[in-house]
Design a protein around this ligand. Structure first.
Ligand SMILES: C[S@@+](CC[C@H](N)C(=O)[O-])C[C@H]1O[C@@H](n2cnc3c(N)ncnc32)[C@H](O)[C@@H]1O
Length: 324
């Protein structure tokens, strides 16, 4: 009780004085210098030592993955670095990253099966993975579809180049202006993992329109979103200008996105999602929203041009890398 009283009266002024002393500034500056040095001397891809290899081999065995699956991961791949920043060891990060890739494949395969039938995933081409980063998914997708039928696109041109060189897929540089994105083809499958969950409202709506117009008449458009339900707020749309990119301030990643007005963290209510889709002529009967199936956090919205065949009878797997 006494401790609580002392903290109540003296805690805030003491905290204020300590914050003014800026004690961490020097340490932070040193860390920044070391990070920069590590980035300069580190090879372009993460080194796979025997402990990491053991984790990779374990996951390959559990999920019956191809022996020659390419685990070259760029040092600029934030989807990998996210785990490191969250405190995972490097071997555990390889494991988590690969399990996430398997999770993506589960989503795609189940949607393709519902749409075109069992073992008919080949019908999903041309396939576009939009906002694909550094190809977390492409490394496995090329074992299911011909690489020349897979298009990958991201605002990070180094990420696109990495995927083209490493996996032989077709690359398209994206733009911050949705209407400038003009690939020469329409796509049977458009997959957008974790981009709409980062877009401000205006860009959210414009990318929705552009990508929907690029979906083939016999195609599906699949994207993930953060529902406002996960933050428990009764609002239509919420945008915060922080993201995994902006959180790495002072970090050594070479191409992190610094424009907080173009890429942050976004939440949308179910009714607002419905409204935006309605504006594109997509009514409730033409799409299905799967709550929290993506990484246990984001909803997946599946829109098909023909009649809707998606409903809650389609079950996706749950993949938790700490279980393996
Ligand atoms: C959270 S990451 C997801 C990466 C990948 N889809 C995955 O899940 O592993 C979001 C990606 O969106 C990309 N991005 C942001 N704005 C974009 C834009 N206007 N066009 C294409 N990609 C964009 C970022 O560069 C980043 O690679």
């Amino acid at each position: 009780m006494l401790k609580k009283l002392v903290m109540f009266f003296f805690g805030p002024p003491v905290k204020y004085v300590v914050s003014q002393l800026n004690l961490h500034a020097q340490v932070n500056q040193q860390i920044k210098i070391i990070e920069g040095m590590v980035q300069d001397i580190y090879p372009s891809a993460w080194v796979i030592n025997s402990r990491s290899q053991a984790e990779i081999s374990k996951i390959k065995k559990v999920f019956n993955l191809p022996e020659n699956l390419d685990m070259t991961i760029s040092k600029n791949d934030l989807m990998f670095k996210n785990y490191i920043v969250a405190g995972f060891s490097t071997p555990d990060t390889f494991k988590a990253y690969l399990v996430r890739t398997v999770h993506f494949m589960d989503i795609i395969e189940k949607i393709a099966e519902r749409k075109w039938g069992k073992n008919q995933i080949a019908q999903s081409t041309p396939f576009l993975d939009f906002a694909s980063g550094y190809g977390a998914f492409e490394r496995l997708l090329i074992h299911r579809l011909p690489a020349e039928e897979i298009y990958t696109s991201d605002i990070k041109t180094q990420g696109v180049d990495f995927q083209v060189e490493q996996f032989g897929v077709k690359g398209i540089y994206s733009s911050f202006t949705p209407e400038d994105f003009e690939p020469a083809t329409k796509f049977k499958f458009i997959y957008v993992a974790s981009l709409f969950s980062h877009l401000p409202e205006d860009l959210f709506k414009r990318w929705l329109k552009v990508l929907w117009e690029l979906t083939d008449d016999d195609g599906v458009f699949v994207f993930s979103i953060h529902s406002t339900k996960i933050i428990g707020e009764d609002i239509d749309f919420k945008y915060l200008d922080s993201s995994e990119d902006s959180n790495l301030v002072g970090s050594s990643v070479e191409d992190r996105i610094t424009q907080a007005d173009k890429y942050g963290t976004a939440y949308i209510s179910d009714s607002q999602m419905e409204k935006y889709l309605m504006e594109l002529g997509i009514n409730k009967q033409n799409y299905y929203q799967y709550p929290k199936v993506f990484c246990g956090l984001q909803d997946i919205v599946v829109v098909s041009k023909k009649e809707n065949i998606f409903d809650d009878t389609l079950k996706f797997g749950y993949f938790d890398s700490t279980k393996y």
